[in-house]
Design a binder for this molecule. Structure first.
Ligand code: 13P
Length: 343
């Protein structure tokens, strides 16, 4: 099979004015979100919802890639096409979440390590054969008294690098996702310190596992104050802290950075990404890497609420999805304006 090089796939995912849409929630996470809205927690409902998302007309104008999950990559639309065919027809590259989830880290209360390396080479090969062109692995770091510990940072960074090297061996672009969580009352400064420590460790491990930086995409958190921190910095302050942190830690050989949303509202995630492109205050006007989005909740949440499991709400839900995808895409070029929200 003749496949494009990793660097070409990464560049296509980072096409100017586009970003990624994450719809790779595990069954249990998806079910939890359905339960909050009274939607049946069934395989059929999950399939119907994911079909609604990927068949949204015009999505490909704002979204370069969609991250699927083991359940969804095997599913079909009602018209008989596979989800992969639907995405291909829309000009959207298919990716797949391949980690097996974050599990409690032994001897480190409150901390987690992401599992899934055993048998990963074979699973990656199978996903490539199905049609996936990139993969995702997420590590999570909780912030608290004395955490994250050095052991937690190193264990997760090592696993991310082992995963990334395997992806590249097989021919998939790895999305490397170290997520410093928003939960807690920590300050923005503390988030920045923790994010820097995690990113330094991740890039150290990526080098030692011989990962080609030009053939990967980094998916980090923005540098934010904890959800319960009394001091919530402005959009511009968050943008400046995030860009400065990334300039300290991310080599210019990395072609792009695509942020997770992590529980921010769609509006805030768009506004903050947008401000990173405005070159105002202490944010440099030119950055060494593409800076875009790989949002899950910040794009999906309104669409899920509007759908609510009702067939008749399908069209309105797709409009809500398209709106957030367009706002995110505008933000990735510094063209997002609050007036786009129509409020
Ligand atoms: P959120 O944008 O909802 O954080 O999801 C992104 C993601 O891929 C989490 O792994």
């Amino acid at each position: 099979m003749n496949r494009p090089p990793l660097t070409d796939i990464a560049r296509a995912l980072l096409t100017t004015g586009k970003g990624l849409l994450a719809i790779d929630e595990s069954d249990s996470t998806c079910d939890k979100r359905f339960a909050l809205l009274g939607i049946p927690q069934t395989l059929a409902a999950r399939r119907e919802y994911r079909e609604l998302l990927i068949t949204t007309a015009g999505l490909g104008a704002s979204v370069s890639g969609v991250i699927l999950y083991d359940e969804t990559i095997r599913q079909h639309a009602a018209d008989g096409r596979t989800f992969l065919e639907v995405l291909d027809r829309a000009g959207i590259i298919a990716g797949i979440k391949v980690d097996a989830g974050a599990k409690p880290l032994a001897a480190c209360p409150g901390e987690k390590v992401t599992e899934g390396l055993d048998g990963l080479r074979e699973r990656l090969r199978a996903y490539l054969q199905m049609g996936a062109r990139f993969a995702k692995w997420r590590a999570v770091f909780a912030v608290g008294e004395g955490i994250p510990s050095r052991g937690c940072i190193e264990a997760n960074a090592h696993a991310l690098a082992r995963y990334a090297a395997l992806c590249q061996e097989v021919g998939l672009v790895p999305i490397v996702e170290p997520e410093v969580l928003m939960a807690g009352a920590h300050t923005l400064q503390r988030c920045r310190e923790v994010t820097e420590a995690c990113l330094h460790s991740v890039f150290h491990q990526l080098r030692s596992q011989r990962v080609l930086l030009e053939g990967m995409i980094l998916k980090p958190n923005m540098v934010l104050p904890g959800q319960n921190c009394p001091q919530q910095e402005s959009v511009e302050e968050v943008a400046a802290a995030t860009v400065k942190c990334l300039l300290e830690c991310v080599p210019a050989a990395v072609p792009g950075i695509a942020f997770l949303s992590g529980g921010q509202t769609g509006e805030l995630a768009s506004a903050r990404l947008n401000a990173m492109h405005m070159g105002s205050g202490s944010v440099p006007a030119r950055l060494p890497w593409a800076l875009t989005f790989s949002f899950g909740r910040a794009i999906q949440e309104p669409a899920l609420g509007v759908w609510g499991g009702e067939k008749t709400h399908r069209g309105a839900s797709q409009q809500a999805l398209l709106h957030r995808a367009r706002c995110s895409a505008a933000a990735s070029q510094g063209e997002y304006r609050i007036a786009m929200e129509g409020i």
